[in-house]
Design a protein around this ligand. Structure first.
Ligand SMILES: C[S@@+](CC[C@H](N)C(=O)[O-])C[C@H]1O[C@@H](n2cnc3c(N)ncnc32)[C@H](O)[C@@H]1O
Ligand SMILES: O=C(O)C(=O)C[C@]1(C(=O)O)C=C[C@@H](O)C=C1
Length: 259
């Protein structure tokens, strides 16, 4: 079996299968984006997030509609740069460049390697800079596209509005924030149904009951999903004028927020 598969955008990424939670753990540690997760991340996210490849590829298509000349496209919580690669492939607007930011050293190192791979495979890609840092401390430049692809859910809830307000301030006219998140639902029946269906999705992708249960306890203290209503209210409170959901698969969704 080859050691690499391809990102949606076409470059080689690690193909190591995610077995991080396959053995019983005496105590399940809090989930962290460390070296172990980095090695299996492409497999983990594809098998855990329904619709992930569709979201990533279409994020490039959407971004091309909102990109404005001489502006920055941000990929916040870029992990291995899947979104950055899609942005670089799809956006052709003059003077645009991509800034990818992540605070995991292991993610940033591997992301840079993968982007070098993309540079050697394709021509006419947007320039890119990968910053190792906290998005809460980032000084934003005028931006036309900001992608938060499954990142906001890892930010402390009380810091989310301020971050979104700073993103709103950085957005130029015609630009957009694209926000993808795992959702929770205010209606208990809807929440239970979509949670069960997400478990069925994971099972169908080869995860055992033990893996599913241990992953659940690993993420429950570090990842706090909101409801669609909470997202909409918070985005409006942060100064966005319009919130348009463009994708939902089970309990995972992606929204466009306009300045
Ligand atoms: C679920 S992953 C994002 C997946 C990625 N956007 C993609 O589409 O493949 C969340 C990422 O956010 C990063 N992250 C979490 N909190 C952060 C912060 N405060 N500043 C920068 N990055 C952060 C994590 O290190 C992790 O790589
Ligand atoms: O809800 C889950 O079980 C998940 O695994 C989701 C999720 C995410 O949404 O980011 C959590 C951590 C990993 O980064 C990959 C996927």
């Amino acid at each position: 079996m080859p050691a690499f598969s391809t990102h949606a955008a076409g470059t080689a990424v690690s193909k190591e299968p995610d077995r991080l939670f396959a053995q019983p753990l005496a105590q399940v540690p809090d989930f962290a984006f460390n070296e172990d997760v980095v090695r299996v991340f492409p497999d983990m996210i594809k098998r855990s997030v329904p619709g992930y490849p569709t979201i990533v590829e279409n994020l490039g298509v959407l971004a091309a509609q909102f990109a404005q000349p001489d502006s920055v496209l941000y990929d916040l919580g870029s992990s291995l740069g899947a979104v950055t690669q899609a942005l670089r492939r799809h956006v052709r607007t003059d003077g645009c460049r991509v800034i990818a930011v992540d605070n995991s050293v292991a993610m940033v190192e591997r992301c840079r390697e993968y982007l070098n791979g993309q540079d050697s495979m394709f021509q006419e890609l947007l320039p890119v800079e990968v910053i190792e840092g906290d998005i809460l401390a980032l000084k934003f430049q005028p931006a036309s596209v900001v992608a938060l692809n499954f990142t906001l859910q890892f930010i402390a809830p009380e810091q989310r509005t301020a971050l979104l307000a700073r993103i709103r301030q950085a957005l130029v006219p015609g630009g957009a924030l694209i926000l993808s998140e795992k959702l929770r639902f205010n209606d208990p029946e809807e929440h239970a149904l979509l949670t069960d269906l997400h478990v069925a999705f994971k099972r169908a992708n080869g995860y055992s009951e033990l893996e599913i249960a241990q992953k659940r306890s690993a993420i429950e203290n570090v990842m706090k999903p909101d409801s669609l209503e909470e997202h909409r209210e918070r985005l409006l409170a942060a100064g966005f004028s319009k919130v348009v959901p463009w994708f939902q698969c089970l309990n995972f969704a992606s929204l466009i927020a306009l300045p």
